[in-house]
Structures are given as C-alpha cells and as structure tokens.
Design a protein around this ligand. Structure first.
Ligand SMILES: Cc1cc2nc3c(=O)[nH]c(=O)nc-3n(C[C@H](O)[C@H](O)[C@H](O)COP(=O)(O)OP(=O)(O)OC[C@H]3O[C@@H](n4cnc5c(N)ncnc54)[C@H](O)[C@@H]3O)c2cc1C
Length: 523
C-alpha cells in the first residue's frame, strides 16, 4: 500500500492531489496542441529482485528484517526520479530500473555496516532522499553488480543540534523540506530553502545535488548554506567543516556538495539558519521587455540590493503562465512580469522595499503591487501537478536550466531557445525565466510544451541534446541546480574537461574503491 507520505508512482506529489487539466486551461491547450487521452498502464510490477540470498541475509543481520524490503510496491516507489521522462516510463509500465532491495538504516553505524556488506557482495548502492531527481540521479548502472540496493534515508529525520548563538543547525539527511522547516520553526528559525520540489526533496538531496531554492537571492543556494557535513564512504567516515571559514587547505565540503551519492552517503548537514521572518511581502513588476527586466536585475545584484525573491519571465512565459491577460502580457500590451519578495522584520521589509522600488522605478519598471506577487506565492508549488494533467492529454512538458555571466545572457537565451524550437518544431511553446541572480550572472530556466510525438522519449532526448549542445558551445554550465545525474554526463565531462574528469575519478577511486556507490551517476 502507498502510505500517505509516499508520492504517486506515476505522477508528481500527493496521490490525492492528482487533478485533471483545469477548465480554465483546457481550451487554451486544445487550441495550441489538440487533446488526446493518454492513460497510464495500471498494475505494472517491477522485475523480480535478483539480490543473492547470502547478501540479503547479511543486510538483515545489519538492519533487521523490517528494514530490508523486497516487496514490489516498495521497490516500485524507489524506481527513478520525477523528470518527465521518468514519469513517461512509469506511465508506460516500464519499471526496469527498479532496485532489487530497499534498505532503511537508522543512522551512521548501520550505513557503515551496510556499505561493507554491499562491497563484499558486489551490490550497487543508490542513496535515496525524496526521489525528486530530474537528471537520472537514481538510476545506477547495474552491469557489474549482483544487485541494486536503494538506501532510503527515510528513518533519519532528526534535528541533531541547534546553536542559536552562531545561528547554525545540524539536520539529518532524510528530513523533507517542510519537516526541516517545522523543526527549525520550534526554535524561531528557518532555512529559507524553497525549491519547487520543497514538499518532497530532502536535506541530504539538497546537499548532494547543490540545489537552489526560489528565495536564493536572499538566503543563498543550498551549498552556500552548508557549514559542515558528515559523510559515510566505503573507505571510512569523515566530518568536514569545523569553522565559519578556514584556510586549512582545499575546502572538502565542496567535494561532497554535488557528489550525488557517488562519493559517500551524507548522514548529517550543518547549515546556516536565519530568524523566522515576521513578514513576507511579494510584489509584481512590469517590464517592457525581457532585456529591460534582466538589466534591472543585474543593477540590483551589483548594487547588492537584492530582495529575498527575484525572478523574471520572458514575454512568452508572462503571456501564458503568470499574468492577468487584461493587464500585462496580452497581445496589445506585451511585457514581462518580475516577482520580487521581501522577508524579514517589518522595518527591514519596509526599508528594502523602498530602496528596491526606487531603483526599479528609475530603470523603467512599473510597480504592479501585491496581487501578482501573492498569486505567484500562492501557486509556487503547483506547476508539477499541472505537468501531469498535460501528460494526461498527450502534451509533453519538460524543463531545463543553465547559468552564465551577464555578458553572455542574451546570447545564451537566444541559442537555447533556437535549439529547442528547431528540434521540437514550430508548434512547440518555449518559455523562459531568470530564476536566480548573482552579481556576475544569472540562471535561465526553460519550460517547453509540445504535442507528444509517437515516441516522446526520443522526441525529448533529441531536443535536450540540442539545448545541451547550445549551452556547452556558448560556454555556459550544463546545470545551475538540477545536478548531473546520468542525463547530463556527456556534457558535464566536456564542461570540466579530461583533467576535471580524472580528478573526480581519483576521488571516487579513493573513497569508493569497489565502485559500489551510485555507479554510472556523475562520472
Ligand atoms: C517538480 C520538481 C521541481 C524541482 N524544483 C527544483 C528547484 O526549484 N531547485 C532545485 O535545486 N531542484 C529542483 N528539482 C530537482 C530536485 O528536487 C533536487 O535535485 C533535490 O535537491 C533532490 O533532492 P531529493 O531529496 O529528492 O534527492 P533524490 O532525488 O532522492 O536524490 C538526488 C541525488 O542525490 C543523491 N542523494 C540523495 N540523498 C543523499 C544523501 N543523503 N547522501 C548522498 N547522496 C544522496 C541520490 O543518490 C541522487 O543521485 C525539482 C524536481 C522536481 C521533480
């Protein structure tokens, strides 16, 4: 049985929250793409698990029988992540990547012991947090192994320590976003990390993928919040990060941030925290063009005046997704919507709002007030549910993201958009927003919608390859926050070059000499 807290195996999120396409969007979708009925295959079961009996017995010795699970439902729910391709495969009944066994350790000592068992019995081990990977980070290459173990961190959900003087907290990796925030709120604290996958993604997953949340302008990317980590590797356990800053050699935290389970299992994360904001205020701004809005973002970032949230939709995204057609983004009044969000004490919010308003007005923005901002804040976690409703009627919806320096932003935007449109055809809709900004540059987040071809997996693979090629050719990164997984590997290797690959390979060989951790992911 699916427990209340498990995600739907073929869709995003809470099984009870699955909804058909809303009437308000149905007409538009029909006009743009036509509608067809695409039901998912019901009742598919994963292939029979292959773990050798002796290996299973050794895992049971370490974890107890209750925490070594081989039933079909548990294995199905730990199969792949939640990219659109993952969902399409699940909908088609393809569970070929299911793990053979799911283990649920309670802490560091059990993880150390189970990694030793895995090395002895040649089992591949895939750390599993929230299962929200969108880059194939949960699909291990099983070729050289006797079985695949999903190492589910679901029993590791404690707040281990709080230091309100230093403003740090140490969290276990299995805490989902809302669970971590609830524990911190008991101390009047917040992490302020709100990726769109917030409801399900975990602390360990955030660290392992270098996630970035919607309030990154104010609170920072997740990797910038991490003060320390404890990591269990097959070669031993280490804790890194013992001071707010250090000159003691290279920063080993950076070896494990973004390591995607390939170097070790993250068992504790010490993060920088803030006081819970007494006030949150979200506002909309209108810009005559994407260029003008982007220039304004750059001006704020370089003046070090960023609000906690700042994002800017291009003309197409503004028109389709966000705006009231009567006021902004309509054919008569094209423009771009920016959302700004202020969080903090009431005087701090008032002061920052005034300062930001002054800069944005000076640069040609129009203050649209709270309505568009509050509408964005209210619906900020809804888009993944809409993706499922679109897949139900045969419309492929997927996203990809990248980042570059300001001076390359408009070229990269044009190159990726052109690559996607050329691959997906004239009828595809390609939308973009600037999702995260820095003094030196920003990330671009693209969403596409297109009528599914006969084989949507092939259709999207071609488009994604074209977009990835455009990113690497333009000198941008293959991912700003989704991580490498298996999907981005060929372009990641080009991004970091042969010596970069050799360096990561040497680290992997040292920490994981038998190569049991997430084989095929990252490098
Ligand atoms: C609808 C949707 C919206 C999203 N929005 C955002 C967004 O706004 N920002 C963003 O950054 N990302 C986003 N993502 C991507 C994803 O949510 C992030 O990568 C997230 O950080 C993954 O966390 P998780 O707990 O689900 O990890 P999982 O998916 O379980 O794992 C991800 C990778 O990390 C490894 N891993 C997990 N836990 C550990 C651990 N404790 N130790 C070592 N390795 C581990 C896994 O083996 C895997 O390789 C989104 C995904 C979806 C489906």
């Amino acid at each position: 049985m699916i427990s209340q807290s498990e995600m739907h195996p073929q869709r995003w999120g809470d099984p009870d929250a699955a909804t058909p396409l809303p009437d308000s969007a149905r007409g538009l979708v029909e006009l743009a793409f036509g509608l067809s009925d695409c039901p998912a295959v019901a009742g598919a079961t994963p292939p029979t698990g292959e773990t050798p009996v002796a290996a299973l017995a050794a895992l049971v010795d370490v974890l107890g029988a209750d925490n070594v699970l081989t039933d079909d439902t548990t294995r199905m729910l730990r199969t792949r992540g939640k990219s659109t391709l993952d969902l399409l495969k699940a909908r088609a009944g393809d569970l070929s990547d299911a793990p053979d066994v799911v283990v649920r350790p309670s802490g560091q000592a059990e993880i150390e012991a189970l990694l030793a068992v895995a090395a002895t019995h040649r089992l591949a081990v895939v750390p599993f947090g929230g299962g929200t990977s969108v880059t194939g980070g949960l699909v291990a290459d099983r070729a050289r192994f006797a079985g695949v173990v999903s190492l589910d961190l679901v029993r590791m959900k404690s707040l281990l320590a709080v230091d309100t003087e230093s403003m740090t907290a140490t969290l276990e990796p299995g805490l989902r976003g809302p669970e971590a925030e609830a524990l911190l709120a008991e101390h009047g604290l917040t992490l302020g990390h709100y990726p769109q996958s917030f409801e399900y993604a975990t602390i360990g997953g955030y660290a392992a993928t270098r996630s970035s949340g919607q309030s990154s302008a104010g609170y920072g990317r997740f990797d910038s919040l991490v003060m320390g980590l404890t990591v269990v590797t097959p070669s031993g356990t280490l804790t890194v990060g013992s001071a707010p800053a250090s000159a003691a050699g290279p920063d080993l935290r950076q070896v494990f941030l973004g390591s995607e389970g390939a170097f070790g299992v993250i068992t504790a994360v010490t993060v920088r925290v803030r006081r819970l904001p007494a006030e949150k205020l979200y506002l909309g701004w209108r810009w005559p063009s994407f260029e003008a809005g982007a220039d304004a973002m750059r001006a704020l970032a370089q003046a070090r005046m960023l609000p906690e949230v700042i994002r800017l939709s291009d003309e197409a995204e503004t028109a389709i997704n966000l705006a009231d057609p009567s006021s902004i983004g309509s054919a008569d009044d094209p423009g771009c919507l920016m959302i700004t969000g202020f969080e903090g004490t009431p005087p701090a919010v008032v002061a920052k709002r005034a300062a930001v308003t002054s800069v944005l007005t000076e640069l040609g923005g129009t203050d649209l007030g709270e309505q568009p901002g509050e509408a964005w804040a209210h619906g900020r976690f809804n888009a993944p549910y809409l993706r499922d409703a679109m897949l139900d009627v045969g419309v492929l919806v997927e996203t990809l993201e990248t980042a570059t320096f300001w001076s390359h932003r408009s070229g990269l935007y044009a190159d990726v958009k052109t690559a996607l449109e050329a691959s997906l055809g004239k009828k595809a809709i390609v939308l973009c927003h600037i999702s995260h900004v820095y003094e030196t540059g920003c990330s671009l987040y693209f969403t596409i919608a297109v009528r599914e071809a006969r084989d949507p997996l092939v259709q999207w693979a071609a488009a994604k390859a074209a977009a990835s090629e455009a990113m690497i050719t333009a000198g941008a990164t293959i991912t700003h926050h989704h991580a490498v997984g298996t999907d981005h590997k060929p372009w990641f290797e080009r991004e970091i070059g042969p010596v970069g690959v050799q360096t990561l390979r040497a680290i992997k060989d040292s920490l994981d000499p038998s190569g049991i951790l997430n084989p095929g992911v990252l490098i």
